[in-house]
Design a protein around this ligand. Structure first.
Ligand code: AMP
Ligand code: GLY
Length: 422
């Protein structure tokens, strides 16, 4: 089979790394990819948001399956377009991807189908939003309705901060994504990510993970796309996973089917484990990044078969095998991220870092220039290790990080602290 993966981050690197080991794969392409993905797939100069160009490429090159990595093309309808043109695609249609593309849509669906989530209200003008914040008091959470690259959520510790966040969203800080906002009760508890593969009807749990969204050690400072992750998440016991499947995932999957927006693809439930049980924080409609870097290396079975079963509606009779090992990923970012950062610094030491068989260095924002690997983004590498325990995976991952030579790079030194107890 000929497979095309769309995207250019660490998530797409691990997708390609995993897919290339499938005996069914004859050719693997990634658009646009990055310098690390180029080791595992043929990178194409193709923009995933240019649907005409992607469709033409699929036609000319007889692509058998397109795997969509990021949310933007999903929300914009790439699966609808490619399927209509006759190409099999892994991922949800635009109607189902609204679960991620519109927080209002997600919350309304939760209310309609009785899914536990934070109390909320929506606003499209400032004054009523301000009055609601004053009435509810802090802490309180303000969110832009649409996609905002992970930055559209403000967990405000004072009403002033919340009012300011609402004002800046209505002033256009996130463009159209902030034309409507939602204001939520602030939930307290530990967070976990739960990945489930869905085929429209059947939901097959994959694995749990926890990521570290904040830039600073001890989970402090501004939110980022994710500075590291580990899997499994020890807080997500089997009983909790069953509970989340029954009370959160399956009702939403059934609800979407009833609304004529059948969900196929990867259902990522962001869960807050509150004193009243698990509640839904958010749904992403694609693999999380960097969570994907710790979930897929633990998968023993053929990923391609799983993705195809999701697309073909055949997960009813499907199961997957997993390694017993845990995995942990440390993200290395360019200094300055998530603020302004430079580009073009040279990174070395990959061979040393990967000398340990249990380590893979996934690339996120890298570019090859004159034979050197250079930094080309905020999050640049995902140094991932497997080990019998999260503590083992952690020490192997950091041993590998220490072999990477990159003075302009930054990483947190405490990834996994909740699980390891340091
Ligand atoms: P989201 O993109 O909706 O998951 O929000 C990003 C992060 O903001 C989450 O991972 C949580 O840490 C935090 N967050 C979002 N909503 C809430 C909430 N209602 N209560 C507490 N924290 C929240
Ligand atoms: N790591 C969070 C996300 O992928 O949305």
């Amino acid at each position: 089979m000929k497979i095309l993966v769309l995207g250019s981050g660490g998530r797409e690197h691990v997708l390609c790394w995993s897919l290339k080991s499938s005996p069914l794969v004859d050719a693997l392409y990634c658009a646009p990819g990055n310098a690390g993905i180029a080791r595992d797939a043929t990178c194409l100069d193709l923009d995933p948001m240019d649907f005409d160009a992607v469709s033409t490429y699929c036609q000319t090159n007889e692509i058998d399956l397109v795997v969509v990595g990021p949310e933007a093309p999903l929300v914009a309808g790439i699966v609808d377009r490619l399927e209509a043109d006759g190409f099999a695609c892994f991922g949800p249609t635009a109607a189902a991807a609204r679960l991620e593309g519109s927080k209002t849509f997600m919350k309304e669906l939760c209310d309609k189908y009785g899914v536990p989530t934070a109390q909320w209200a929506k606003f499209d003008t400032f004054e009523p939003a301000r009055a609601y914040i004053e009435k509810m008091g802090a802490p309180i959470v303000v969110k832009a309705d649409g996609l905002a690259a992970g930055k559209g959520v403000i967990v405000a510790t004072s009403t002033e901060e919340a009012v300011e966040a609402a004002q800046s969203m209505f002033d256009g800080a996130f463009g159209d994504a902030g034309a409507e906002i939602i204001i939520e009760e602030c939930m307290v508890g530990e967070e976990a990510s739960f990945f489930v593969l869905v085929d429209g009807k059947n939901a097959l749990p994959l694995a749990t993970a926890q990521d570290h969204k904040r830039i600073g050690e001890g989970d402090t400072g501004p939110n980022t796309g994710g500075m590291g992750a580990y899997s499994p998440a020890p807080v997500m016991t089997e009983a909790l996973c069953d509970d989340v499947m029954q009370r959160i995932v399956q009702p939403l999957v059934d609800g979407l089917a009833a609304e004529d927006a059948e969900f196929k693809g990867l259902f990522y439930a962001g869960i807050m484990l509150t004193a009243d049980g698990p509640k839904l924080l958010e749904v992403n409609t694609r693999f999380g990044d960097p969570e994907c870097q710790v979930v897929l290396p633990r998968l023993k079975s053929d990923l391609l078969l799983a993705l195809m079963a999701s697309r073909d509606g055949e997960l009813g009779n499907f199961s997957l095998r997993w390694h017993d090992d845990a995995a942990l990923c440390v993200v290395m970012a360019t200094e300055g991220y998530p603020g302004a950062y430079g580009k073009g610094s040279v990174i070395a030491g990959f061979e040393d870092a990967e000398a340990d068989d249990a380590v893979v260095v996934f690339h996120a924002g890298t570019k090859e220039v004159d034979g050197n690997i250079t930094a080309a983004g905020g999050r640049v590498l995902g140094v991932t290790a497997l080990g019998p325990t999260i503590a083992d995976a952690q020490s192997r991952a950091y041993a590998a990080v220490d072999k990477i030579s990159w003075p302009e790079g930054y990483c947190r030194r405490d990834i996994g602290w909740r699980a390891v107890g340091s």
